[in-house]
Design a protein around this ligand. Structure first.
Ligand code: GRF
Length: 210
């Protein structure tokens, strides 16, 4: 059984999709803990209700970033994860933390990386006149919202779209591609070669949402 730990900061809808599909598709894996950097992260209640261990490492209690990272890693390592999953985790993690989990640390970002790392991706994409937006699941490197791409979703922009409408349609694809990426990960179906990810069964690493 592969052990998955998920980090969240808020509602945790991606975390919920992963927990649900892990159980309903009987992955050889278990979400063993959900850890948040805020005690009021709404997703914690869902995890607890599913019988999953929860923990809070409040970033406010650790003003120095390196100390927060170290405490977070200490708590996470207590759950001995094979995979560490960032699901709407809104803190930047330092290079030592990222290195510690290298090769087993995944993130989802609501843009077609490498375009639009950082915040407000949908507003920035609309302002740039993008005709399509999307989401990316990637291995995490020390550079923000950067790293080998596991799977992407593409969502066409429609007339009258605003950032909220776009984010709803992109989020629906996130709930498909993040569990998919993780299922591949826990079943050993991902190969990382010279900074590129290959799905070993040749399955498509692209979801196009018409
Ligand atoms: C998602 O759009 C994710 O891509 C981004 O933050 C949002 C988190 O949503 N990093 P949720 O907490 O998973 O519902």
């Amino acid at each position: 059984m592969q052990r998955i730990v998920i980090l969240i900061s808020g509602r945790g809808s991606n975390m919920q999709a992963i927990v649900d599909q892990c159980a309903s598709q009987a992955w050889p894996a278990q979400v063993v803990a959900v850890v948040a950097n805020r005690a009021d992260a709404a997703g914690l209640a869902y995890a607890a209700q599913r019988g999953i261990a929860t923990a809070v490492v409040a970033h406010r209690a650790w003003p120095a970033r390196a100390e927060f990272d170290a405490e977070l890693a200490r708590v996470i390592d207590g759950f001995a994860p094979d995979w560490l999953v960032l699901a709407g985790f809104m803190r930047i993690l330092g290079p030592a933390f990222v290195q510690h989990y290298a090769g087993r640390l995944l993130n989802i970002h609501p843009s077609l990386l490498p375009a639009f790392p950082g915040l407000n991706t949908h507003a920035r994409a609309l302002a740039a006149g993008c005709q399509a937006v999307g989401a990316t699941v990637h291995f995490v490197t020390a550079e923000l919202d950067h790293g080998p791409i596991v799977v992407q979703s593409v969502v066409p922009v429609q007339a009258g779209d605003d950032p909220e409408r776009l984010s709803e349609r992109v989020l629906a694809t996130e709930h498909v591609i993040y569990p998919l990426a993780l299922r591949w990960a826990v079943t050993g179906r991902l190969a990382l070669d010279q900074g590129r990810v290959r799905q070993l069964d040749g399955q498509s690493q692209l979801l196009i949402q018409a």
